[in-house]
Design a protein around this ligand. Structure first.
Ligand code: GLC
Length: 642
């Protein structure tokens, strides 16, 4: 690792005190159509369609915890009635009009168009078209990405995957709004796998974008925006303002007071019903990442829309809120991301930090410059710098760093401590001493006082490459490690979610003896085919696509034959997972995204964040500012404003 601890300390000092309070105006708080239970689109009214003996009537409903709109869930390929139902309801665009704060425009179809036209005129705020060297001007505001792939599908495996992906589409009011998590007709125990998960939809959404099919992504973005938690309530079970749900379902429910009619409602789950009751921290971060990808491909609405802007700001505000934290990393509970049950990742897990960093960068590209958000942007910039320094320095391990930790002194009480987090060298697990290759390294899973979680977590490491949270050297080293440890991390099926598995007493204590997370199963060292798309983006970014291609070839041998399982078990990924769902949508979509990107690597640009020059300059300033490792108690005279 190149920078010294003192340097990062110096940079953090510079930033301390520089983070202003977030005082931007909450644009929706006075919404004419704000809603009673904390969901911004509902208070008293919402639009809906009623199915009444074949008739559809457009009307206003009383509000509740759900978004109510129309009357039918169509699960592609499964619902025979789908074609016979005709809904005249509005699409996502005008649904949104129902809930936006500009009451003067009322709820009129077409108003959104005005808004978009205005927004489109202001596209100078979008930096990426010009500034992103990877795009070569071919992305954004046109359909180049989609056109590139209009011929995709020659391969029968890909054809099968596309058919399955389309069959998993969920319709609301006749419009596609997402894909269900798993679509196995022979499975009677669906649990919540019949819902649209935000994180699961990301590869689906990317696949559709790459194919030039934008509508489903647009609807997904706008409908989930409506579901975003709006008002914080006193009830401790209510989600915090700005939280995006983990998943949502389209329910068909009888219409109040009318037995012969039904209505469709969008019913979000913020973790209140999820196993373990965990709030999904990753949902809002993924939402921002998808929004930026969408904006790079196509713009029937501009991310500068006031509603979209407010959605972004609410997520940022939630993430950037002050707490008791000493670290720039985001403090979360166990299970608040893809690993959504107890696995000992509470604290500052890498996956969340990488998504957080990525979302901050994406949001910065999309936030419209205005006085009201100046403080927010400043806080965002400060956090970006502090976060990258913290992760690059303290999460990174390779042989050299491991040896340093092995020789750490402990109990250092001083500002100049080398072993800041008081890590006891005995924590270095015996497996790691053998496992760490001479060439290569990775970002550890978590860092807390006196605790380093040395497990390798794939998604966090891959996304740190994609968003440039890891330096270029570190990114290459991570890929070197994946190559060197191929039989452990890829084996028969890419990719291990983490390595190694918790076993014995450790498994009992850390997972609470979770029978689903037994060693080398599910989240505990299981192999997840969906991760192949993140691997592919990371490899393309580092110009090493051959690594991803090799992984894709391994996956192709089994995925379709095994009916696209959710995950695989055993050390070598030899078995279909014990409780794995089949026809798991993100396994299918992940494969498609990987194939599409390998066929056109420049399209990965919609997901990649290149190293930020401004951040780099702050970073090198930090290096030079305090070369002797002394911590000035005074700190800088001025805050560092990028
Ligand atoms: C499991 C996974 C989670 C995923 C969900 C739906 O709970 O742990 O990451 O979103 O299934 O597929």
């Amino acid at each position: 690792m190149v920078i010294s601890m003192a340097a990062s300390e110096a940079a953090l000092q510079v930033l301390s005190g520089a983070v202003p309070s977030q005082t931007y105006t909450n644009l929706r708080s006075t919404s004419l159509l704000s809603y009673k239970y904390g969901f911004k689109s509902q208070k008293d009214d919402a639009f809906g369609c009623i199915s009444q003996k074949g008739l559809r009537i457009f009307r206003i409903y009383a509000g509740s915890h759900v978004i109510r709109k129309t009357d039918r869930i169509f699960i592609g390929g499964q619902n025979n009635q789908s074609k016979s139902l005709r809904c005249n309801c509005t699409g996502a665009e005008s649904v949104w009009e129902a809930s936006r704060e500009d009451g003067s425009k009322g709820v009129v179809n077409g108003v959104a168009k005005d808004l978009d036209n205005q927004s489109l005129e202001a596209t100078q705020h979008f930096k990426y078209e010009k500034e992103d060297p990877l795009s070569n001007g071919e992305l954004a505001s046109d359909t180049a990405v989609g056109k590139t792939f209009s011929g995709a599908g020659a391969n029968s495996l890909e054809d099968e995957a596309w058919n399955l992906l389309r069959a998993s589409m969920v319709f609301y009011c006749g419009n596609p709004v997402g894909t269900i998590a798993a679509n196995d007709p022979s499975d009677s125990n669906t649990l919540n796998y019949d819902q649209v998960f935000i994180r699961d939809f990301i590869p689906s959404g990317i696949a559709f974008l790459l194919k030039g099919e934008y509508e489903i992504v647009r609807n997904f973005i706008l409908h989930t925006l409506q579901l975003q938690s709006w008002e914080k309530t006193m009830d401790c079970h209510s989600p915090g303002q700005g939280l995006m749900p983990a998943s949502f379902k389209v329910r068909v429910v009888p219409l109040d007071g009318d037995d012969s009619a039904t209505e469709e409602v969008l019913d979000p789950d913020f973790g209140e019903a999820a196993i373990g009751r965990v709030a999904p921290v990753d949902s809002g971060l993924w939402w921002i990442i998808l929004l930026r990808a969408y904006g790079k491909c196509w713009r029937p609405f501009s991310p500068e829309r006031i509603d979209v802007q407010t959605g972004i700001k609410m997520i940022l505000k939630l993430c950037l809120a002050d707490g008791f934290d000493m670290f720039p990393t985001l403090l979360v509970t166990d299970g608040s991301c893809m690993i959504d049950r107890r696995m000992g990742i509470h604290g500052h897990p890498l996956e969340i930090q990488a998504l957080f960093y990525s979302a901050l960068l994406c949001a910065r590209e999309m936030l419209a410059p205005e006085d009201a958000s100046a403080d927010l942007v400043r806080a965002l910039n400060n956090r970006l710098v502090a976060l990258s320094i913290h992760i690059r320095e303290y999460y990174w391990i390779d042989m050299k760093k491991l040896n340093e930790i092995y020789r750490y002194k402990t109990e250092e009480y001083s500002f100049d401590a080398v072993n800041k987090f008081n890590i006891y060298p005995d924590q270095i697990p015996p497996w790691l001493v053998e496992w760490m290759p001479n060439k290569g390294g990775y970002l550890i899973g978590n860092l807390q006082p006196a605790h380093m979680d040395f497990r390798f977590f794939s998604l966090g490491n891959l996304w740190a490459i994609v968003c440039s949270l890891a330096t270029a050297d570190q990114s290459h080293a991570i890929l070197d490690l994946i190559e060197a440890k191929w039989s452990d991390l890829v084996a028969d099926m890419p990719l291990k979610i983490c390595y190694p598995a918790l076993e014995g007493q450790e498994w009992r204590i850390i997972t609470g003896s979770d029978p689903k997370n037994t060693p080398w199963s599910y989240h505990n060292g299981g192999s997840w085919p969906t991760l192949i798309w993140q691997l592919t983006v990371a490899c393309i970014k580092m110009n090493r696509p051959e690594i991803a291609e090799k992984a894709i070839r391994a996956a192709e041998k089994r995925l379709a034959r095994d009916k696209w399982p959710e995950y695989y078990d055993t050390k070598g990924a030899r078995f279909i997972g014990k409780q794995a769902h089949l026809f798991q949508t993100w396994s299918i979509a992940g494969y498609l995204v990987a194939k599409l990107l390998i066929a056109n690597p420049s399209a990965a640009n919609i997901l990649i964040n290149i190293e930020d020059a401004e951040l780099l300059s702050v970073f090198s300033w930090a290096l030079n500012a305090n070369p002797r490792g002394k911590r000035s108690r005074k700190g800088p005279k001025q805050s560092f404003i990028i």
